[in-house]
Design a protein around this ligand. Structure first.
Ligand code: LMR
Length: 328
C-alpha cells in the first residue's frame, strides 16, 4: 500500500512538472501609446513573430495606452520584474541615471532618419544601450517614431511665439533646456495625462511626432501645429536582464530573431505612419498646420542650437564628439 502511495505521488509530481514545462513563458510588454502607432504596431508584430518562432512556448501580452503602467511606473515595474519588456522613449532614461540617452533629445541633432540610423544602428547606439546593464536592464534595439513638432492654441512661426507658454515635456533635462531656450515654461507630465492637461489648460502646448498627436487626439485640443521637426522621438526596446538571461538559450535565440525583424519593421513603417497621420490631422480641420519658411526654420535653429553646448557636460562631451564625427 505504501509503495502504491509513493508511486501515485511520484506520478502526480511528474505530471505537475510536465504541466509546468508546458506553461508558456509570459512576456508582459507594456507601453504608453496607441496600438496604431509605430511602436504599437511593432509591439504587435513582435508578439506574432515571437509566438510563431517559439511555437507557443512564449506568450507575449501587449498592454498599450498606459493600461498597465504609466511612464515612470513602467520603468520601476521592469526593474522589479513585474513586466518583462518595454519600449520607453529615449527621453525617459535620464531619471534612471543613464543620461547619455538624452543626446537623442538635442534639438536638430539629426536632419533625417538616415543620419539617425548611423547612430542607432551603429556602435555608438550599442554603447549607449550597454549603459543599461548595471541597472538590471538589457537593451535589445532602437525603434523609430519620428520628428517632433510644436503645437499650441496660438500660431507658431517663430521662437518668440512660444515665449511664456507652458509646454508639456517628457522627463528629460535636455528638453527642459530646449523649452527654456525658447522662453517657455517646461512641465514634465506622463504621456497618459497630456490630452487632459491640454484640454483643461494645465499646459498650453506640447511637442510630438504627428503619430502621437493624432492617436491621442491632442489635435482636437490644439488649434495650431507648426512643422518644426526640431527634435527626434524614438524608443529603446528593453527587457529585464535577469529574465532575459534566464531564458532557455534556444528560446532566446528565437526571440532575438523576432526582435530583429520587429526592429526592421518598426523602422520601415514609422515615417509612413507619421505622414499618414499628418494627412488625417489636416483633414480633421481642427488644427491649422503651418510649414515654416526656410528663414523661420533658421530662427528656430539659432534659438535652439545653444542647448547642445549647454547640455554637453550632462550628456558627456566625448559622446557628443563621437556623434558629431559620425554625422559629419
Ligand atoms: C511621450 O511621452 O510624449 C512619448 O514618450 C510617448 C511615446 O512613448 O511615444
Amino acid at each position: 500500500m505504501k509503495a502504491m502511495k509513493i508511486l501515485v505521488a511520484s506520478m502526480l509530481a511528474a505530471c505537475s512538472t510536465w504541466a509546468a514545462a508546458q506553461q508558456p513563458i509570459v512576456i508582459k510588454f507594456s507601453h504608453v501609446v496607441a496600438n496604431d502607432t509605430p511602436k504599437g504596431l511593432a509591439a504587435e508584430y513582435f508578439k506574432k513573430k515571437a509566438e510563431d518562432y517559439t511555437k507557443g512556448r512564449v506568450k507575449v501580452e501587449v498592454y498599450a495606452n498606459s493600461t498597465l503602467y504609466k511612464d515612470k511606473e513602467e520603468m520601476e515595474a521592469l526593474q522589479l520584474g513585474a513586466v518583462q519588456m518595454l519600449a520607453p522613449s529615449l527621453a525617459k532614461f535620464g531619471p534612471l541615471g543613464v543620461k547619455e540617452f538624452e543626446m537623442f533629445d538635442l534639438p536638430y541633432i539629426f536632419d533625417n532618419y538616415d543620419q539617425l540610423h548611423k547612430i542607432t544602428q551603429g556602435p555608438i547606439g550599442q554603447s549607449i544601450l550597454a549603459k543599461l546593464e548595471p541597472k538590471g536592464i538589457r537593451g535589445l534595439g532602437y525603434w523609430d517614431n519620428g520628428f517632433k513638432s510644436f503645437s499650441a492654441n496660438t500660431p507658431i512661426k517663430q521662437p518668440s511665439d512660444l515665449k511664456g507658454k507652458k509646454m508639456r515635456i517628457q522627463s528629460s533635462k535636455v528638453l527642459e533646456a530646449q523649452m527654456r531656450a525658447l522662453g517657455s515654461l517646461p512641465q514634465v507630465l506622463p504621456f497618459s495625462e497630456v490630452y487632459q492637461a491640454l484640454q483643461t489648460g494645465v499646459v498650453d502646448g506640447t511637442e510630438n511626432p504627428i503619430s502621437n498627436l493624432y492617436t491621442q487626439k491632442m489635435f482636437e485640443v490644439q488649434k495650431h501645429l507648426a512643422m518644426t521637426e526640431h527634435g527626434y522621438l524614438g524608443y529603446a526596446v528593453i527587457v529585464n536582464k535577469k529574465f532575459w538571461d534566464g531564458l532557455p538559450p534556444d528560446v532566446r535565440e528565437q526571440l532575438d530573431k523576432a526582435m530583429n525583424e520587429s526592429t526592421a519593421f518598426a523602422n520601415r513603417i514609422a515615417k509612413h505612419q507619421n505622414d499618414q497621420d499628418l494627412e488625417k490631422v489636416k483633414k480633421s480641420g481642427k488644427t491649422a498646420v503651418y510649414n515654416l519658411t526656410p528663414a523661420e526654420r533658421e530662427a528656430f535653429k539659432k534659438a535652439l542650437l545653444p542647448v547642445h553646448k549647454e547640455m554637453a557636460s550632462r550628456i558627456g562631451p566625448d559622446l557628443l564628439q563621437a556623434v558629431n564625427a559620425e554625422l559629419a
